[in-house]
Ligand binder design. Structure first.
Ligand SMILES: NC(=O)c1ccc[n+]([C@@H]2O[C@H](COP(=O)([O-])OP(=O)(O)OC[C@H]3O[C@@H](n4cnc5c(N)ncnc54)[C@H](OP(=O)(O)O)[C@@H]3O)[C@@H](O)[C@H]2O)c1
Length: 333
């Protein structure tokens, strides 16, 4: 396992982060099983993962609770870098302290290593939230500050006060929106990009070959037609381009002797400015595979072929990095 040290800090995190959204049951993931999730977390740590990403929004606090209990019961708190987040709706200065205290209590700890805004709340200036987060840092309740889903304006509004350590963003072979503006800007400014959904919610696992095979709960993003139930965007989607790309990557994977998720994770790591890949794993086997996948790299010609195969879907989704909301409704600033 390789480790990434954030600019100007001692904080070092594994290139693979354990994503804790899917460790508890919810509408998106369906049923999840505690024994499988605990085994996945244990395996990840055995494989060198020292970084866990969670949030109050995941399972309405249940994800933080499971992570806190697991680390506490196994005496692992100080070995692991915990990242958590502030919910939109709790971003007024007066709410941020309570939000953090509740996370600390669920996580059974007195500090969070990396505290992030989850989404920008359109009703609250991000600078107000950021000032409150700086107070939390001065109080020692959080060690470092980052943002998630921040576009160029958000980065600049917090950067004028104190540069964030990281921006957590969606990025994978079929969601390349951040390549247009945000990734180059973060790279230039020394802000580590934490990649979320590196396997596009499992669409890059190899088990889906057509849009109709993806369950409705996972077919809510801008890849899919707005005719799909539960979508919020009003766009036509790009289902043909998406699945043409996925099926072409599967053929390339066969030629190279690698699997689709393996190519997906290694392609991400070929890009400059990426601090860590936050991948979900629902069981021990997925956690072990993902750790093995990040231990190898891709030849430049394979990276170039993947860039070419996924170019049509990149152009179809454009520079709006919001996976779920389109046009004026995009939550990116
Ligand atoms: N900041 C934000 O707004 C935000 C948004 C989304 C996610 N995140 C973070 O990013 C993390 C990861 O993103 P994600 O959960 O959206 O999705 P992801 O990591 O792209 O996909 C996870 C899913 O991929 C499949 N998978 C994982 N490893 C596999 C393997 N080795 N082989 C085959 N399939 C495999 C599993 O699907 P099955 O369940 O079908 O087996 C798993 O549930 C989250 O847990 C969360 O921490 C943050």
């Amino acid at each position: 396992m390789q480790y990434y040290q954030f600019h100007g800090t001692e904080l070092s995190v594994s290139q693979l982060c354990f994503g804790c959204w899917g460790i508890t049951s919810d509408f998106h993931w369906g049923d999840r099983y505690e024994t499988d999730s605990i085994a996945a977390m244990k395996t990840a740590i055995e494989c060198g993962v020292n970084f866990f990403d969670t949030a109050p929004m995941y399972g309405d606090g249940a994800s933080e609770t499971m992570v806190g209990k697991f680390l506490h019961d196994n005496g692992l708190r100080d070995e692991i870098v915990i990242a958590s987040k502030i919910r939109p709706g709790k971003m007024r200065a007066a709410d941020v302290i309570q939000e953090c205290d509740e996370s600390l209590s669920r996580l059974k700890t007195d500090y969070i290593d990396l505290y992030q805004t989850h989404w920008t709340d359109p009703d609250v200036p991000l600078a107000e939230t950021w000032q409150a987060m700086l107070d939390l840092k001065r109080q020692g309740k959080v060690r470092h500050l980052g943002v998630c889903n921040a576009g160029l304006n958000d980065l600049s509004s917090v950067g004028d006060i104190e540069k964030p350590l990281s921006d957590q963003l969606p990025y994978n072979l079929i969601s390349r929106m951040i390549e247009f503006e945000i990734l180059p800007q973060c790279d230039a400014d020394g802000i580590g990009v934490l990649v979320y959904s590196p396997l596009m919610h499992g669409m890059l696992s190899g088990k889906f070959h057509a849009a109709e095979q993806v369950p409705d709960s996972r077919a809510r993003t801008r890849h899919f037609s707005s005719q799909r139930p539960h979508t919020r965007h009003q766009e036509s989607g790009c289902e043909a381009a998406t699945f043409d790309a996925i099926n072409a990557i599967v053929r390339l994977a066969d030629e190279t002797g690698k699997s689709l998720p393996e190519l997906s994770l290694q392609w991400l790591l070929s890009h400059h400015g990426i601090a860590s890949l936050i991948a979900g794993a629902k069981n021990e086997s997925q956690a072990r595979q993902n750790a093995n996948f990040v231990s190898d790299t891709l030849d430049e010609d394979i990276v170039a072929k993947l860039d070419q195969i996924t170019s049509p879907v990149k152009q179809a989704l454009g520079a709006n990095a919001d996976l779920w909301d389109g046009g004026e409704a995009s939550r990116y600033n």
